[in-house]
Design a protein around this ligand. Sequence first.
Ligand code: 8ID
Ligand code: ZN
Ligand code: ZN
Length: 349
Amino acid sequence: RIPAEQWAMVVEKTGGPCVYKQIPTPIPGPDEVLINIKYSGVCHTDLHAMMGDWPLDRKTPLVGGHEGAGIIVAVGEFVKDLKPGDLAGIKWLNGSCMACSYCRQAEEPLCVEPLLSGYTVDGTFQQYAIGKAAHVARIPQGTDLQAVAPILCAGITVYKGIKESGIRPGQHIAIVGAGGGLGSLALQYAKAMGLQSIAIDSGTEKQRLCNDAGAVAYIDFMTNKNLVQAVKDATPDKLGPHAVIVLAVTEGPFQQATEFVRARGTVVCIGLPANSYLKASVFDVVTKMINIKGSYVGNRQDTAEALDFFCQGLIKVPFKVIGLSKLNDVYDMMREGRIAGRYVVDTDR
Ligand code: 8ID
Ligand code: ZN
Ligand code: ZN
């Protein structure tokens, strides 16, 4: 029943575009599972991967994608707790060594020898993809596979980032890039976690999305003349948000975040713009006791928790579905910052 060949979008050279073609169906190793991917979210990371934006080697040719939800069709001989027919998801961390000092402490995203889906190993922009059994996301039977796909990177990442900020219920969080894929999920998790969100992005479509998600304020970074003051003014005491989650794909907003975060507040860097550096006033960081940190996807427990919020019905993912063969169109829209929410590709067309 598993076909020898299957449809995939393949990056054949840096800069793209992806080529829609049939390639052999991969065969899982003893500690792996083969998943018939039904839907996959398209993350900005996939575009960075195609463009060769990062100082990190990747494979070529490459099948991108790391937000894939589907049905297990084969399991390796060492796999005991998963079986054909179970629902599962492939996330950015496809596998890790499980032996290094980070893996031993469940900090597996920091593994020294990670396998990265759609980067160092083929990902989910194909009909059949492989994941290490230890790392695939366990998705409960009956889950809507279209809607859950974006949880597998965007959801896990922003949920983890919010936890890393140390913010508490009732406090204000600024989400920079709130109308994008990670941002729209961040608004949902923030609300579910009892936080008040200040959304920063641009355009009226993203404004509508942010308002619908319950943001207490929307600030347009393209038209606002004094963004730093506007963000501070959006908190009741005008001192600024307790935490900032920066999801933007350019350098400027990382700098700006340290200017509007409240004293003692935390800036969590999540976006990964090419060739970018953090710059902040040392005087402000010291005298306001500002915390600046990074946050990188999530571990297996973060994955389970992020999925649990979704399965409880607390996370409404704003997504649009398009055929896998149209992936290049999604990248074009993404480059121009025109996507409100997330695109999910259907691997059957
Ligand atoms: O683990 C991680 N740290 C992780 C996980 C997943 C993704 C990091 N990422 C990275 C991606 O590689 C990418 O660099 O997070 C970034 C955002 O991914 P995304 O949400 O998938 O991208 P998007 O849908 O294109 O959204 C980006 C949004 O940022 C807005 C854009 O308008 C868009 O809505 N934006 C930009 I560009 N500049 C802005 C600014 N100055 C801004 N919003 C506010 N202010
Ligand atoms: Zn991603
Ligand atoms: Zn490791």
